[in-house]
Design a protein around this ligand. Structure first.
Ligand code: AGP
Length: 598
């Protein structure tokens, strides 16, 4: 969602622009900065890419030591310059990430008091309210606190005030925010990755803690005045993330999966997973969104098959609104690459309010979900920059797989030989994955064919239904081709009506117990002249006449690790199709890396 950065430092515009650059990976549609320059707040904004803003700034260079910046992901109002942040009212300028749910009432009230609004955003009410209270002779801190008392919803704010004293404030409620005291300045951001090298020590403010940033110090203004800020190490600050020789971060992240999986299979981390008492668990509920939800769908099949544990999965945005039944000895697992997804976080807070035991599976170690869950396991995928998740998915699956092995061991549902075989399959996994990736150019042919269509159906069976869904999501996200996925057996219950020569059907068809059933589904497709694309075992090709661009061969893969391998061709297909269509695969339109609003 929106990215925020603020700096109090010499030439503060530099760390702010660099920070906005580091936030680009999250996806955005406009950007802007406000800087205290020559005793005035100067605000410059631009629609589209950050370069547009930089160009505007090169025509109007600004100097100052107090600056805020923003990348906007439109929620209220179109993506244009007027709606871009910062929003300014008099000598108050604000950047906001989140949603102000009661902004219409507040706007009406402010209009009655004579305020005029420029934008269609919810955020613009904030500088107006602060300004209103400043005009009533409140101190800057009082005016901000009075304002946030009126806001309903979620927010992380950077507030620049040019008054008798000139200050930068930061405050949050429900949205991510991080503060850093460096050697050369003080910084705030919506994401630790946005902070530059001068930010070894960071602090995650609690909800509604008002923080004042100065070059000399960072001060907690609310609550106990003597309260000290306890900083922790910023794990992100020294890492330079580049895409190396790859055409995109997404491509790099797809190919990185072999090494990540090698590392995860050598380092068995089992100590951690054995801390869970699987024997006495009555149920596991796994909650997530998007790709992370599909990882949960696969995990369900493993826990049930190998450990005989009842597993329920739910979409995070639905969980707390459906009166879920929480039982004794239930473990609720929250899966989130970013660890900041608002829906997942809200579901976590709901589960905690019902006294559930909560476990987070995250990629970002210090994220809010990681900090708030009772226990946290990292997935060790490293920073994922491509907005479309790839390596985080396979690492989520890898951790779930290890947990399922531990659960199988503890519950002795399968015998020791089978448990050992599961572990052995996991060690082989990266090497089989490597073989699939070595044949990536074969996938370009299929991608070329798919790029000529506007719609597609993806089919799988068993745990591969979730992989078909993940493949369809990837394709939609970055190529904008409409793709829907089904369990193959569902085809004849409705989607078959869509089949004709304009609707390609992609089937994941490895060699396993369900291959014959899939062959019947494949014939149903052929009988209706729908173009057929198969990612599958060579034996399929012997039975069905397929062209080079219609078949991608999967090597022999042990059943238990099939989902982790089968997703690789799906990722490649989405990547190459999108590239052939000339799309920006790392920053697809309308998407955000970290979905921090409900
Ligand atoms: C994946 O390609 C998506 N961009 C999206 O579905 C994502 O998985 C979802 O928003 C959940 O994100 P999280 O894992 O950070 O919670």
């Amino acid at each position: 969602m929106c990215g925020i950065i603020g700096a109090v430092a010499e030439s503060a515009i530099n760390p702010v622009l660099e920070g906005l650059g580091r936030l680009e990976y999250r996806g955005y549609d406009s950007s802007g900065i406000s800087i205290l320059s020559n005793n005035e707040i100067q605000t410059i904004k631009a629609q589209g890419k950050l370069n547009n803003l930089k160009q505007r700034l090169s025509m109007q260079p600004l100097e100052g030591d107090c600056c805020i910046g923003h990348t906007r992901w439109a929620t209220h109002g179109k993506a244009n310059v007027t709606n871009a942040h910062p929003h300014q009212c008099g000598q108050v300028s604000v950047v906001h990430n989140g949603i102000i749910e009661n902004y219409l009432q507040l706007k009406q009230q402010l209009m009655q008091w004579g305020h005029h609004f420029n934008s269609s955003t919810d955020s613009e009410v904030i500088p107006h309210l602060i300004n209103h209270y400043l005009a009533q002779q409140m101190s800057q801190e009082e005016a901000i606190e009075q304002t946030i008392n009126q806001l309903k919803g979620s927010y992380a704010l950077g507030v620049l005030i040019n008054g008798a004293s000139k200050n930068l404030y930061a405050i949050k409620q429900g949205s991510p925010l991080v503060i850093s005291q460096g050697n050369n300045g003080a910084y705030m951001a919506s994401d630790a990755m946005a902070l530059g090298p001068d930010s070894g020590k960071i602090y995650y403010p609690k909800d509604n803690e008002l923080i004042k940033l100065n070059t000399n110090e960072i001060k907690l203004c609310s609550g106990s005045l003597n309260k000290k800020i306890h900083y922790i190490n910023n794990k992100h600050c020294t890492k330079v993330i580049s895409k190396g020789d790859h055409s995109s971060f997404m491509e790099k992240e797809i190919f990185e999966q072999v090494d990540l999986l090698k590392r995860l299979s050598v380092n068995n981390h089992t100590g951690e997973y054995s801390t869970i008492d699987f024997i006495n668990l009555n149920k596991i509920t796994i909650i997530a969104c998007g790709t992370s939800y599909y990882a949960a769908s696969v995990a369900k099949t493993w826990f049930e098959k190998y450990a005989n544990i009842l597993v329920e999965i739910d979409i995070a945005s639905e969980y707390r609104y459906r009166s879920p039944i929480i039982i004794d000895n239930e473990l609720v697992i929250f899966v989130s690459q970013s660890g900041e997804t608002a829906d997942t976080l809200a579901a976590l807070r709901y589960a905690k309010s019902k006294q559930s035991q909560t476990l987070a599976l995250v990629n970002v170690a210090n994220s809010t979900i990681a900090r708030e869950a009772n226990f946290t396991f990292e997935i060790f995928a490293g920073p994922e920059i491509g907005v479309a998740s790839t390596k985080a998915f396979t690492c989520q699956l890898a951790i779930f797989y290890k947990m399922a092995i531990e659960a199988a061991k503890q519950r002795a549902f399968i015998d020791d030989v089978e448990v050992k075989q599961l572990a052995l399959n996991f060690v082989q996994l990266p090497y089989i994955m490597e073989k699939v990736l070595q044949r990536c150019t074969d996938m370009k042919k299929m991608a070329r064919k798919l790029s000529h269509y506007s719609n597609a159906l993806f089919l799988g069976r068993g745990s591969l239904t979730a992989i078909a869904q993940e493949g369809a999501l990837k394709l939609k996200e970055i190529s904008y081709i409409h793709a829907e996925a089904y369990a193959a057996g569902e085809l004849k219950h409705g989607p078959i009506a869509l089949l004709d020569e304009h609707m390609p059907v992609l089937v994941i068809a490895p060699k396993n117990a369900l291959t014959d059933k899939l062959l019947s589904n494949i014939q149903e497709v052929q009988a209706r002249n729908a173009p057929l694309l198969i990612i599958g075992d060579s034996s399929i090709r012997e039975q069905i006449n397929l062209q080079e661009d219609e078949f991608f061969e999967l090597p022999e893969i042990p059943e238990s690790i099939l989902p982790i391998i089968s997703v690789i061709p799906m990722q490649l297909l989405a990547l190459y199709t999108a590239q052939m269509l000339g799309k920006n695969v790392d920053q697809p339109r309308n998407l955000a890396k970290s979905v921090t609003v409900e």
